[in-house]
Design a protein around this ligand. Structure first.
Ligand SMILES: Cc1cc2nc3c(=O)[nH]c(=O)nc-3n(C[C@H](O)[C@H](O)[C@H](O)COP(=O)(O)O)c2cc1C
Length: 357
């Protein structure tokens, strides 16, 4: 039986156990220059020091005009590299594999920072998005590669491409947002091409040891198309898949009947079956109890579990799973999520006496 404490090989790295920290934007911490703040460094250093095996730093913009809003970290400029060295050093000192998630918001770009651009002209919150000509697609791909090179310079062991939750890479693989008839639209292979060319570019620029993962859609538009797209990512050189939601709502019947985990987590479990023996797969969503972590790993339903709010609420969560230590459970209250009036004060953090984190 596989145990949570069992190491696992991913790319050229060995994770010390089966728990990873999912990317989670700290909406209140960044400045307009896209540089990591001291609070970010403290936040991630704390989360690296209680047993997590891999930590993925939050969605990071590859261009200044592809951000969620004016306060959002980026790796579009060399001046943004230095501060990340403190995070990667904290990870290395704790035996934690470090990734950073690279993203462009595409048609969801906040009008305060840029124009909504994407694979096609489709309705978006400011009217209609602009279709990217092929030259712009190539320029955008080179921005992702350049950001990955900066990530490597900052000491990250690899990157994660943000390929889900409705952002640019997801927009390319979704039929609702990609209406193209050229080599970037139509078939699953064509829709995956945008990300595949980024993966190949990163592999060439960052070398064979650099870990490349994709957080991909589990069922956008359906499980088999999403798995086919992910297969192209793997063929292009992706070492590791994390599975989450996309633009289209997943078919509720994909939820494993009677299972103690939810629909989105079920998509990761399906992918784990499909990619067994090829690349490791991680599932995410609603994993907040140590018993559920053990259930998913010990029943070999997934290779790793990706933890978001559990890690925001209490960085000691992995120690609670591994050693039975006390921890404060996430209250699922939404205080950490994006909202113009949200103060981002996590009641669980307050409960454990760590107001700033
Ligand atoms: C505050 C907050 C910020 C998030 N930021 C990101 C992000 O930067 N990138 C991403 O792919 N998902 C992001 N997510 C989604 C989480 O990674 C995760 O998929 C989701 O919270 C479900 O997992 P959980 O139930 O363990 O929280 C964020 C979620 C929260 C609550």
């Amino acid at each position: 039986m596989t145990k949570v404490s069992d190491p696992i090989r991913i790319g050229s790295f060995t994770l010390k156990n089966r728990m990873t920290m999912a990317p989670t934007v700290k909406f209140d911490l960044a400045g307009p220059d896209g540089i990591l703040s001291d609070e970010h460094v403290k936040h991630y250093s704390e989360r690296a020091s209680h047993g997590i095996a891999l930590l993925c730093v939050e969605a990071t913009a590859v261009t200044p005009d592809g951000r969620f809003d004016e306060k959002h970290i980026g790796l579009w400029d060399d001046s943004q590299i230095e501060k990340h060295r403190l995070v990667t050093e904290a990870c290395r000192n704790n035996g934690v594999v470090s990734l950073i998630q690279l993203n462009h918001t595409g048609i969801g770009t906040n009008p305060a920072v840029g124009r909504p651009i994407g694979p096609s002209s489709v309705p978006c919150r400011t009217g209609m998005s602009e279709e990217m000509p092929v030259d712009d697609i190539h320029r955008m791909q080179s921005m992702f590669v350049a950001a990955a090179v900066r990530a490597k310079k900052a000491g990250y062991d690899g990157i994660q491409l943000h390929g889900c939750h409705g952002y640019l890479i997801n927009q390319f693989v979704c039929k609702k947002t990609n209406l193209r008839t050229d080599e970037y639209g139509g078939s699953a292979e064509n829709m995956a091409r945008f990300a595949c060319e980024i993966i190949r570019g990163i592999r060439e620029a960052c070398g064979s040891d650099f870990l490349i993962s994709v957080r991909t859609v589990g069922a956008d538009p359906d499980l088999s198309t999403a798995a086919e797209v992910a297969r192209y990512y793997v063929d292009a050189g992706c070492d590791y898949l994390q599975v989450s939601s996309g633009i289209e709502q997943p078919d509720p019947s994909l939820a494993a009947e009677g299972a103690p985990y939810n629909l989105i987590c079920s998509l990761g479990v399906h992918f784990h079956d499909v990619f067994k023996g090829k690349v490791p797969v991680s599932c995410v969503n609603g994993i907040m109890d140590p018993e559920l972590v053990r259930y998913l790993i010990e029943n070999e339903l997934t290779d790793t579990v990706d933890l978001a709010r559990a890690m925001l609420a209490d960085p000691r969560f992995p120690e609670a799973v591994l050693e039975g230590k006390e921890f404060v459970r996430c209250f699922e209250c939404k205080a950490c999520q994006y909202g113009p009036f949200t103060k981002h004060v996590c009641p669980a953090a307050v409960r454990r006496g760590a107001l700033v984190l």
